[in-house]
Design a protein around this ligand. Structure first.
Ligand code: R5P
Length: 219
């Protein structure tokens, strides 16, 4: 099976967690795109979606799924999204598609975070994938210096402006042994909007696409 077929398998497998009549939290990226297609097939059974990016919003609208503003809902039943890395504690690195801030907000208001990923995303230690950090543009150099103090090598993601008008620093060379501590430390640097470590709030369910089928892991 190709990597895209594994992504498709988990995207469609997530449908079984969608309760009729609910508003669904929807992530961003190539795996979430398969979930959006799947959601389209049951669009008449759901109320709509809260979307984590302009890109996903466009895809959802194209399928005729109603979009709700995050401020219109108190909480969501589920949030379905991909990840760049996921470890055995269900902690993740996210933000490869620059949508980390909106993703973290939706995760915060969702009762269940369902991570959909192909098995290449499973790791023992987070950090081989460069850790995305969304930063206010005027703080770029300062935040980069602070990230170096934490042992990382930040790299400016050229040409990328987030949906919130900010920039992304991708931090290389981190071996993240204590993901909660690292998330808290980076979040406390002035000028950081969000770090793409989802450790304080990890996934509740992981659907992992493997050659032998979709593996379900519950926390
Ligand atoms: O900002 C993007 C998101 O965090 C994605 O969920 C993550 O990058 C995984 O993307 P993909 O499913 O394309 O590998």
């Amino acid at each position: 099976m190709t990597q895209d077929e594994l992504k498709k398998a988990v995207g469609w497998a997530a449908l079984k967690y969608v309760r009729p009549g609910t508003i669904v939290g929807v992530g961003t990226g190539s795996t979430a795109a398969h979930f959006i297609d799947a959601l389209g097939s049951i669009k008449d059974q759901i109320e709509g979606a809260v979307s984590s990016s302009n890109d996903s919003t466009a895809k959802l609208k194209k399928l005729g799924i109603q979009i709700f503003d995050c401020n219109e809902v108190d909480s969501l039943d589920i949030y379905v999204d991909g990840a760049d890395e996921i470890n055995g504690h269900m902690q993740m690195i996210k933000g490869g598609g620059a949508a980390l801030t909106r993703e973290k907000i939706i995760a915060a208001i969702s009762r269940k975070f369902i991570c959909i990923a192909d098995s290449s995303k499973q790791v023992d230690i987070l950090g081989a994938f460069p850790l995305p950090v969304e930063v206010i543009p005027m703080a770029r150099a300062y935040v980069a210096r602070e990230l170096v103090k934490l042992g990382g090598m930040p790299e400016y993601r050229q040409g990328v402006v987030t949906d919130n008008g900010n920039i992304i620093l991708d931090v290389h060379n981190l071996k993240i042994m204590d993901a909660v501590a690292m998330e808290n430390k980076i979040n406390s640097i002035a000028g950081v909007v969000t770090v793409g470590l989802f450790a304080n709030r990890g996934a509740d369910v992981a659907l992992i696409g493997t050659a032998d089928g979709v593996k379900v892991i519950e926390s």
